[in-house]
Design a protein around this ligand. Structure first.
Ligand SMILES: [Zn+2]
Length: 173
């Protein structure tokens, strides 16, 4: 299984709105792409990876986080749509496109998302905590939004300064 190259900020593909997956897109090629994305995510030690992060401007992502108190479960969300949010959580967040950067981001606590699976079947997930944070983060990627955009202005300034330092010391690529 090939490990795909991960786009690091500020690659333009990260800031583009992903193209929806159409009915004709389902099939072997999409299955392969998703399997490669899982391999790439696991290799990089992440819990979520969206298609724009591997230079595919498409609305889909994979994630591998525990839902409720259960075991880690692989999820593929194609054409994700956030249909309900509530509450609030504050916590540290990382992103495979921002290697070495962890910053506090405020997100909703609970989320209901509607998406399609690899068989083009619609399903909904109703989750909270880390899974909700992951879904919001990855759905943002599908919309060309990165977690930098979700930080407070002060945190964003700090993050940008840290990115510059990481780039200068060659730890960004
Ligand atoms: Zn990310």
């Amino acid at each position: 299984m090939p490990i795909l190259r991960i786009a690091h900020f500020p690659e333009p593909v990260l800031l583009e709105v992903g193209k929806p997956i159409s009915d004709e897109d389902f099939g072997t090629d999409l299955d392969t792409l998703v399997e490669d994305m899982f391999q790439t995510m696991e290799h990089a030690g992440g819990v979520g990876l969206a298609a724009p992060q591997i230079f595919e401007s498409k609305r889909l992502f994979v994630m591998d986080v525990p839902v409720e108190d259960g075991p880690r479960v692989r999820h593929v969300l194609i054409n994700p749509e956030i249909i309900h949010v509530e509450g609030e959580q504050t916590g540290d967040e990382g992103c495979l496109s921002f290697p070495g950067l962890f910053q506090t981001v405020k997100r909703e606590l609970r989320v209901v998302v509607r998406a399609r699976d690899l068989k083009n079947q619609e399903f909904e997930l109703d989750v909270a905590d880390l899974a909700a944070r992951c879904i919001l983060h990855e759905t943002d990627h599908c919309d060309g939004i990165v977690f930098l955009d979700r930080m407070s202005p002060l945190k964003r300034q700090l993050a940008k300064r840290k990115i510059k330092t990481l780039q200068k010391t060659g730890k960004w690529n």
